[in-house]
Design a protein around this ligand. Sequence first.
Ligand SMILES: C[S@@+](CC[C@H](N)C(=O)[O-])C[C@H]1O[C@@H](n2cnc3c(N)ncnc32)[C@H](O)[C@@H]1O
Length: 198
Amino acid sequence: MVVRYNGVVMGTDAEKWDSRYGDATQAPPARVLTENAHLLPAGGAALDLACGLGANALWLAQRGLETDAWDSSSVAIDRVRARAEALGVCVHAEVRDVVKCPPPPHCFDVIVVVRFLDRSLTPHLIEALRPGGVLYYQTFTRTYVSDTGPSNPEYRLRDNELVSMFSALHLLVYREEGRFGQLDCGFRDQAMLVAARF
Ligand SMILES: C[S@@+](CC[C@H](N)C(=O)[O-])C[C@H]1O[C@@H](n2cnc3c(N)ncnc32)[C@H](O)[C@@H]1O
C-alpha cells in the first residue's frame, strides 16, 4: 500500500516508519501523559501501543510501571531497547503488528496510544484493561490549525470521536479545542482522552 505522511509519498507502512526512524530524534512524552500523570496507578502493567521511539514507554517505566512497548517498525524497537538500556530502565519492547495481534483481554493497568488510530482496535483496547485500568489516548483530529499529522482523513479523528469510541469507559479527561478561540495557543490539531475501566 502506498502511504502519504505530511504530503510525502512513502512505500509500505513498515518501510515508511523504518526509514523515518533511522535518524529521527525522539519526541518528548505526550501531553496526555505528562498533564495527567496524577491519574496513573502507583504500579502495575503498562502498554505503549504503536510506541515509535518509545518516549511514552520510557516515561512510564521510569515511574515504576512494568512496561511493554509494541510497534511494527523493527528500527524503532531496536532504538527503544537501546534507549532503555542507556537509561537503566526495563521496557519489554517487541516488534508486533498490533492490528493482527491486538492486546489480549485483562492484561494491562495502563494503555497508552499516541498519534496512532486504527478503529478496529477499540474493543480490544477496552477489553485489555484490567478493572481500574486507565487508557491514555492522544491523536490527530480532522479539525486542525497546522499541517502536522497524516493527510489521509481516515487516520484522523472526527469531532469528539474518542468520546464515542470509548463510551464504555469512565471518562476522566477529554480535551479537543478544534478552531475555537485564540488559535496560536492551547492544545491544537489533536484530541486527548483519559478514561478508566470499572
Ligand atoms: C505517528 S507514529 C507514533 C509513534 C508514537 N506513538 C509517538 O507518538 O511518538 C505511528 C506509529 O505506529 C506504528 N504502526 C503503524 N501501524 C502499526 C501496526 N499495524 N502495528 C504496530 N505498529 C504500527 C508505526 O510504526 C509508527 O511507529
